[in-house]
Ligand binder design. Structure first.
Ligand code: UT7
Length: 380
């Protein structure tokens, strides 16, 4: 076990305001709320505003993470941004995030599809454990909507935009990434990729082909990725749990990539763990790619599903093909501003839930009254 652990001391999320519901999609392509809900579990997703770039979403979630860790941007030693939808093809988005935040440190982008943020978390952890750095920001952001073909029903119903960030700092107590696995299988590259615009098919030489065949958009062989994901997710999670000397029963919360509810259900079955132990927020956001796992983690904290000292297993998979899993222990110990925010988030969640339940009761009561009145009118 290392002497220096990389504890998650701050966290934050940002989701754009614009919402695209299944009902909206029914007007755009030949699909239905019923198909999308039963095949994927998604009800709605959030999309960026036209002038909202990957760097803007990143800065918004990063600022919250820094505030909850009690740090200023100038305290950062390193910024890693996981993304497949950066502001420009060159350079990576991390330097733009560094500049917009006002940080004075090195930065780089990791592109590993939807697995990118778990890769970045593991990489950031190494810099802390080695003693090289003390304050590392790990951001996961994707604005997949810009590269999504809203005429292709096989992909456009799946993706949404979001960002989530964490701050890593050294700790002598066990915390952060305890064990991990990083995997890739490049033989599956064409199962999920953007064919046009790279060196294989540059825009200059292939302009007409790219536009006519809509090759500038994300293409996915859903069945192949589905089979790869269901094969990989549970086996990879089992391996990292085993490496940590634990059993699935010792894990308080599983945080899988939110690509398809059916994949998460299959993972729960294969791990022989109840679905209730799996964080699920796909219904609200769809697949947010590199932001998916950290967004689910931040929401789990806000909902009080992940408390100081808890052990979580994260697992992501996606383009590449890639996958990445980690056993992550939530830090224990001193009271930090992050924990205050956690309590506020929990209080907000409980308040919202109570108001929601009260509204449901009032609605049910009004409906019952209406029904009674209608009945008595009929009788008269
Ligand atoms: O984050 C990266 C990782 N990505 C993933 O993990 C995605 C993995 N793949 C999946 O989640 C699923 O494969 C999808 C949700 C993408 C598709 O679900 P499926 O059950 O595998 O459907 P399918 O591709 O086998 O298609 C079944 C039918 C087809 O019609 P026919 O050929 O049977 O007549 C499709 O054309 O459903 C049709 N279909 C749709 N129908 C209504 C495909 N997309 C839609 C749609 N609405 N949006």
């Amino acid at each position: 076990m290392p002497e220096r652990y990389a504890k998650i001391t701050g966290w934050g999320k940002y989701v754009p305001e614009r919402v695209l519901t299944n009902a909206d999609l029914e007007k755009m392509v030949e699909t239905s709320d019923e198909w999308i809900t039963t095949r994927t579990g998604i009800k709605e997703r959030h999309l960026r505003a036209e002038n909202e770039q990957c760097s803007d979403l990143s800065v918004k979630s990063a600022e919250k993470a820094l505030a909850s860790a009690g740090l200023k941007a100038t305290d950062l030693d390193l910024i890693i941004v996981a993304s497949t939808s950066p502001d420009y093809l060159v350079p990576g988005v991390a330097t733009i995030v560094q500049d917009k935040l006002g940080a004075k440190c090195g930065s780089f982008q990791i592109t590993a599809g939807c697995s990118g943020w778990v890769y970045a978390l593991v990489v950031g952890t190494q810099f802390i454990q080695s003693g090289a750095f003390n304050n590392v920001l790990v951001v996961g952001t994707d604005v997949v909507s810009y590269g999504t073909d809203y005429e292709d029903r096989t992909t456009c119903v799946l993706f949404g935009d979001a960002s989530a960030s964490v701050v890593l700092q050294p700790s002598e107590q066990p915390a952060g990434v305890m064990t991990f696995e990083l995997g890739s299988d490049g033989s599956g590259v064409e199962a999920l990729y953007v064919p046009g615009g790279g060196s294989v098919m540059p825009f200059g030489a292939y302009k007409d082909k790219i536009f006519n065949e809509r090759l500038m958009f994300l293409k996915m062989d859903g069945q192949t990725v589905f089979k790869f994901a269901t094969r990989t997710i549970a086996s990879s999670m089992k391996r990292v749990v085993d490496k940590a000397g634990l059993l699935p029963e010792d894990i308080q919360l599983f945080i899988p990539h939110q690509a398809n509810l059916r994949i998460i259900e299959a993972a729960a079955r294969m791990m022989r763990q109840p679905l209730e132990k799996f964080m699920v927020n796909i219904q609200k956001y769809g697949n947010t790619s590199a932001a998916s796992v950290p967004l689910a983690m931040v929401e789990a904290i806000e909902e009080g599903r992940c408390k100081p000292g808890d052990k979580m297993v994260m697992c992501a998979f996606g383009a590449g093909l890639t996958w990445a899993s980690a056993v992550v222990q939530f830090g224990v110990g001193e009271f930090t501003p992050a924990h205050t925010l956690f309590s506020l988030g929990r209080a907000r969640f409980l308040a919202k839930r109570t108001v929601g339940r009260a509204q449901d009761l009032v609605q049910q009561f009004l409906l019952a009254m209406q029904f009674r009145r209608a009945e008595s009118r009929k009788k008269k």
